[in-house]
Design a protein around this ligand. Structure first.
Ligand code: NAD
Ligand code: LMR
Length: 338
């Protein structure tokens, strides 16, 4: 895998590199948290021209961090040089929402970014580049980028719902009263939006499947009232709650989610562990092909696969239908701007 000793450096692109998320993310990458402690890195950092000075400052701080794994840093405001030869592309650069907005309100301003960057991936990136779209609305922006990069395999594109997964797992751990590392397989279905479907029905706590067990801890998350009245709306609205509190959108927790998403994709998930990634639908769970949809996946040898055959309750299915419809509408709106 990519983490074995003395590997040749990989080129990692971060867009929006002078922004908030990047200010946490770049330093986590530099310290080896994404690719492991033996994988040297060449950073490609892109932002827009008016951020050139701020970007220079970030690059000074990378230098001052004296990170052994960072072999070089390319700071650029030019798309072609930033995208050339990259093996991993973390597309963070985009406008964030403010209080009172929905993420899809950003489509109009952000779609053009992902159109241009999709084309740049197709022309200049390594042919096996793995792409993670973070800029909102992330699922639909990823679909735009993938569509514009028809030279590349669609399975190499993804969007971030790991932050929602982490939020959900953390709320479950709180509710049950265990440390969060005892919670896994909480699933996020669909869009990174209000209609996302956080699903605890397949959750595992301390290696015991949640469904059908009667220990007091497990019955607390099988509590329908808690799930529908607290858990789901709290996870769905968490991004907005952070914006209301910080007057800025989540950044450090987003960076941590990006690291988890890429690390699992490249290095593999643990035995029996399910994570959520928004990826191109192949028709699984009757989600129409051609949408970027958050599914339960496992990862191996640098490839994700959708976990098949999970039992979906009627109530979860109804919610999956709603988030599917929203993604279809976003797709239409986005493509009308192209
Ligand atoms: P920010 O405004 O602090 O930083 C964004 C940076 O992107 C800015 O420096 C800006 O100049 C740059 N940028 C804008 N257009 C660009 C372009 N064409 N090329 C390169 N850089 C460009 O915002 P942030 O807080 O870092 O958030 C970035 C995006 O991530 C927002 O869209 C936000 O909504 C989204 N987000 C998504 C998730 C998720 O879970 N999917 C979580 C948090 C934030
Ligand atoms: C989040 O979930 O925190 C991000 O998508 C930012 C936002 O707009 O909510």
């Amino acid at each position: 895998g990519p983490c074995v000793g003395r590997a040749s450096p990989i080129k990692v692109l971060v867009t929006g590199a002078a922004g908030q998320i990047a200010y946490s993310l770049i330093f986590m990458i530099a310290s080896g948290q994404m690719f492991g402690p033996y994988q040297p890195i060449q950073l490609h950092l892109l932002d827009i021209p008016k951020m050139a000075d701020a970007l220079k400052g970030v690059s000074m701080e990378i230098q001052d961090g004296a990170y052994p794994l960072v072999h070089s840093v390319l700071c650029s405001t030019d798309v072609q040089s930033a995208f050339t030869g990259v093996h991993v592309a973390l597309l963070v650069g985009a406008f964030p929402r403010g209080p009172g907005m929905q993420r899809k309100d950003l489509l109009k301003v952000n779609v053009s970014i992902f159109k241009e960057q999709g084309e740049a991936l197709g022309k200049y990136a390594s042919r096996d580049v793995k792409v993670l779209v973070v800029g909102n609305p992330a699922n639909t922006n990823a679909l735009v980028a993938l569509t514009k990069a028809s030279e590349l395999p669609p399975q190499n594109f993804s969007a971030l719902t790991r932050l929602d997964q982490n939020r959900a797992a953390s709320m479950v751990s709180d509710k049950v009263g265990v440390n969060v590392d005892n919670v896994s397989n909480v699933i996020i279905w669909g869009n990174h939006s209000l209609t996302q479907v956080p699903d605890v029905t397949h959750a595992i706590i301390n290696n015991y499947p949640a469904a059908g067990l009667t220990s007091p801890a497990l019955s607390t998350i099988n509590d329908d009232k808690w799930v529908s009245e607290s858990f789901m709306p709290l996870v769905q609205n968490r991004g907005a709650a952070v914006i209301a509190a910080r007057k800025l959108s989540s950044a450090a927790s987003a960076a941590n989610a990006i690291v988890g998403h890429m690390r699992d994709w490249l290095m593999g998930t643990k035995q029996g562990e399910i994570v959520s990634m928004a990826v191109i639908s192949d028709g699984s769970y009757n989600v129409p092909k051609g949408l970027i949809f958050s599914f339960p996946v496992t990862c191996r040898n640098g490839e994700w696969s959708i976990v098949q055959g999970l039992k979906i309750s009627q109530s979860i299915q109804q919610k999956i239908d709603i988030t599917t419809k929203e993604l279809q509408e976003e797709k239409e709106t986005a493509f009308s701007f192209l």
